[in-house]
Write a protein that binds this ligand. Sequence first.
Ligand SMILES: Cc1cc2nc3c(=O)[nH]c(=O)nc-3n(C[C@H](O)[C@H](O)[C@H](O)COP(=O)(O)OP(=O)(O)OC[C@H]3O[C@@H](n4cnc5c(N)ncnc54)[C@H](O)[C@@H]3O)c2cc1C
Length: 433
Amino acid sequence: MLTRVLRPAAVSMRAVPRVAVAAPKRAGMRSFSSSVARRDEFESPFGINSLYKVSEEEEMLREAVRRFAENEVKPKVEAMDENEKMDPEVIKGLFEQGLMAIETDPELGGAGGSFMSAIIVIEELAKVDPSVSVLCDVHNTLVNTVLRKYANDDLRKRYMPRLSEGMLGSFCLSEPSSGSDAFAMKTTVKKSEDGKHYIINGSKMWITNSAEAEFFIVFAQGDASKGYKGISAFAVTKDMGVEIAKKERKLGIRASSTCTVNFDEVKVPVENLIGEEGKGYKIAIEILNEGRVGIGAQMVGLAQGAFERGVRHTFEREQFGRQIAKFQGMQFQMAQVATEIEAARNMVYNAARLKEEGRPFTKQAAMAKLFASQVAERAAGKAIEWAGGQGFTREQGIEKYWRDSKIGAIYEGTSNIQLNTIFNLTARELGHQ
Ligand SMILES: Cc1cc2nc3c(=O)[nH]c(=O)nc-3n(C[C@H](O)[C@H](O)[C@H](O)COP(=O)(O)OP(=O)(O)OC[C@H]3O[C@@H](n4cnc5c(N)ncnc54)[C@H](O)[C@@H]3O)c2cc1C
C-alpha cells in the first residue's frame, strides 16, 4: 500500500514528497486517482487513459498534501484570514514538505516533478485555504518556472537552491497604471555607466507574496521606443534595495500578502538579466499561460472545498422533520454544482497534460481559468445558501470561500482578457483573422 509509505501528519516528511513528485517515467505508469490500492484495475485496454489517471508519484503527493493541509494549515486558516497575515509556520512547512520546488531539478534542491504535480498541490491546498494555495502557486508556477525555463546555468545555480530551501519569491509585472495592458509599464531599466549593473526605477503594484519574499522576478522597460520589445526580466533580491510599501486590505485571500513594491535606483548585476534583453514580454506571456492553469487548479480546489462544507451541512441540518439534503430542490442544486466542478477539473487537468505533452495549450488554459473561476464563485455562493444563516456567518468559514473566489476572475489576466484570448484563437482556428 502506497499510503503506508506516508507518515500520518505529513510533517517532517520532507523526503516523502521529494520522492513522491518525481516525474512520471511514461504515460502507461499513471494510476487511478481515487483509489491507490486498486489502480491497476482501471487501466484502459487501449492504452489511452482518462484524466483521472495520474502517476503513482502524483497520487502519493496528493495524499501527502491533503494531510499537510488538513493537519497543519486548517487549524490556522481562520486566524490567518482575520489577521490578514500568513503564519510563518505555514510557509516553513511548505518548504519543509518540498512543496516549493515541485518541478525544480533535484540537483538544485527540487523534486523534479511534473507540471501536473504542481497542479495537484495547488488544488489540494486551495480546498483548505486558497491563500496558502496562491502563495505556493506563484512561487512554483511563476517564479521557479521563469528561472527553470529562461535563466542561464549561473542564475539557476545561484538562486534555485535557495528558492527550494526557504527563500520565497514574487512575480512583479503589474503597475498602478498597467494591469491588463501589462506591457504599458512605466518601470524603467538602464545600464550603469561602467556597464556592470542594470538600474531599475519604478513601482509594481498588487504583488503576491511580497511582504514575505526575498526574491523578485521584475519586468522593466529599457527602451520605450521599442514598445513591448524594450521589456526585459531580472532576478532581483530584496537586499539590492527593494522596498516593500503599502500592503493592500482585501475582500478575499486576505492571508496572502499583496503589496506595492518600489524600486528606487535599485542596482542589479548585469549577470541577473534573465534570458536576453528585450525578451521580457515573451517570458511574461509564456509564463502566464502556465500560471493560468495553476489559478484554474486553485479555483477547482476552492470550489470543491466549499462544496464539501455546504453538502455536509445539508446532511447535518434538519427542517420540517427531515435532513435538508432529502429535499429534491436541494439535491438538484448540489448535483448541478458537482457537475460544474467535474467539468472545470477536467478542463484544468487537460490543459496541464497538453502542456506536459508539449502541445499548444494557450486556449485551453484560458478556458480552464475562466470557467473554473466562474464555477468557484457559483459553488461557494451556493454553499453559503445551503448552510442558510450559518453559511453567512464568519465562524463557519464557508463565506470565506466566496470572498476568496472573486480573485479568480481578476489576477493572471481578468476574465475579459481570457475571453479575448479564447475568441482570437478560436477565430484563427476557423480560418478568420
Ligand atoms: C490579490 C491580487 C494579487 C495579484 N498578484 C499579482 C502578482 O503577484 N504579480 C503581478 O504582476 N500582478 C498581480 N496582480 C495584478 C493583476 O494581475 C491585475 O489586477 C489584473 O491583471 C487586472 O489589472 P487591473 O487591476 O489594472 O485591472 P484593469 O486592467 O484596469 O481592468 C479593469 C476592468 O477592465 C476590463 N478590461 C481591461 N482591458 C480590457 C479589454 N481590452 N477588453 C475588455 N475588457 C477589458 C478588465 O477585464 C476589468 O474588468 C494581483 C492582483 C490582485 C488583486
